[in-house]
Design a protein around this ligand. Structure first.
Ligand code: AMP
Ligand code: ZN
Length: 459
């Protein structure tokens, strides 16, 4: 099976060839943990999770090593800590834990490594020492800077010309740059900064810049050269360009062979971002929708395309899952096929083609249509195909009856009707009690009266 991936480095769809089929490595830039993550932040995590599942399918579960970091030291975290009168680690631990729980609810499997930046300061310092020794970095009063003209390959990922690079580097406000494109590796501590935001280094007290964090953590947990590096499209420049410069100049080896970038999630056609204030946090969305519905919504567009997040998209995703689970429910009593059933070829073809999840979902729907028409003799195969294809997308692994029952809003409505029926019976309003039972039966909900009260199930 050939996986094809669009590589930002070459701007082409390439056949994926790992360095070592027994150890396929992948790194995805994780969040800066100073506030609840929004659903846009979940996109790279969910896309990575699907790619990891595919790599595991092709190379074997044990062969894939996936790492995603937590940036737990940063200006925004320091501000949040100072404003809230809390320590840096309190703030970062709160939001790192929330992020982990949110992603688990979206069906994202735990990565093999989740390095936290503050646990790898020594690795960062080691890498910066090498960069300085090799003439790629120089100390200044504001910290250690990377000297961009020292790297002839700089710019190969983003393809930016020098003027654009200088414009992009201006956000890095180091006063004493030798070249306007230079960027910070180590940031000298500023007066008044909390003590837990400061580490010792050969360049004085301070803290690492964001870019060196990923370079050092990726090396520490995966090695000098990794197969796949993923992140949002906003990270191509400067973050990923700088990661490449640091890692390749320090290690003298290629950093990542395949660079994948997901498109942005927008709301009402505007980029979803904390600074614009138009965010939907994962946590808030999970109060109203099931994680699997949100996951399918994220996978409904190709990962490289923009995706507009709307209520209509969520409703449509829920309806798609209802239909898929209903097909599984009809076949619930089918025997296991007695052998391992692979996902259908057309489904695999779609997912191997640069993770074409919209096409893969269309194949799942076609399978459900086929199942709805099929004779019971074909159910064991069709059911197994739906479940194994679903597993590659991280979908359809729940019990179909639980799915039908577990619709949070709907379950609350039915609970309320069942309670109303009990009250009506107590009040001897049998007409109302019977009407509720009949209405619920008409929508496929059966009330079961027992000694401990009434429960319900979908039939
Ligand atoms: P941040 O915490 O802002 O560094 O973002 C963590 C990850 O989420 C990065 O890979 C970003 O590229 C990605 N990201 C942030 N906002 C969005 C968005 N609106 N749509 C898609 N990805 C995003
Ligand atoms: Zn990164």
């Amino acid at each position: 099976m050939r996986i094809r991936l669009t590589n930002t480095l070459s701007r082409e769809k390439e056949t994926f060839v790992p360095i070592n089929e027994q150890r396929v490595t992948m790194y995805t830039c994780g969040p800066t943990v100073y506030a609840p993550a929004h659903i846009g932040n979940a996109r790279p995590a969910v896309v990575s999770d699907v790619l990891v599942r595919l790599l595991q399918h092709v190379y074997g579960r044990a062969a894939v090593v996936y790492a995603t970091n937590i940036t737990d030291i940063d200006d925004k975290i320091i501000s949040a800590a100072v404003e809230g009168g809390r320590s840096i680690s309190e703030v970062s631990a709160t939001f790192a834990n929330l992020y982990r729980r949110n992603l688990a609810a979206l069906g994202v499997a735990a990565p093999n490594h989740v390095p936290h930046a503050t646990a790898h300061i020594d690795d960062m310092i080691d890498m910066m020492k090498v960069l300085e020794a090799r003439g790629h970095a120089y100390p200044t009063p504001s910290g250690l800077l990377f000297h961009v003209p020292s790297d002839p390959d700089y710019g190969k990922l983003s393809g930016r010309d020098r003027d654009e690079m200088i414009a992009g580097a201006r956000v890095d406000v180091a006063a004493d740059k030798r070249d306007p494109a230079d960027f910070s590796l180590w940031k000298a501590a500023k007066p008044g900064e909390p003590a837990d935001a400061v580490w010792d280094s050969p360049w004085g007290p301070g803290r690492p810049g964001w870019h060196i964090e990923c370079s050092a953590m990726a090396k520490a947990v995966l090695g000098e050269t990794i197969d796949i590096h993923l992140g949002g499209i906003d990270l191509v420049f400067p973050h990923h360009e700088n990661e490449i410069a640091q890692s390749e100049c320090a290690n003298g080896a290629p950093f990542a062979n395949y660079w994948l970038h997901n498109g942005f999630l927008s709301m009402d056609a505007e980029k979803m971002s904390k600074s614009l204030g138009n965010v939907r946090t994962i946590d808030e969305l999970l109060k109203h929708h099931r994680g699997e519905t949100l996951r399918l919504a994220l996978l409904s567009a190709h990962y490289r395309q923009p995706l507009d997040w709307t209520d209509g998209l969520i409703a449509q995703s829920k309806a798609t899952l209802d239909r898929l689970y209903n097909a599984l429910r009809r076949m619930r009593d089918a025997d296991s096929p007695g052998e391992e059933i692979a996902p259908p070829a057309a489904f695999l073809e779609a997912i191997c083609d640069d993770l074409n999840t919209p096409q893969a979902l269309a194949e799942l729907s076609a399978l459900a249509t086929e199942a709805n028409k099929a004779k019971p003799a074909d159910w064991p195969r069709l059911k197994a195909e739906l479940v194994s294809a679903g597993a590659l997308l991280g979908l359809l692994q729940a019990d179909p009856d639980d799915w039908a029952r577990g619709d949070k809003d709907d379950a609350a409505r039915i609970d309320a009707l069942v309670a109303e029926r009990i009250a009506a019976r107590k009040g001897k309003d049998f007409a109302r009690a019977d009407a509720i039972r009949a209405d619920l039966a008409a929508e496929g909900v059966e009330i079961m009266d027992g000694p401990d009260g009434s429960t319900w199930r979908r039939v």
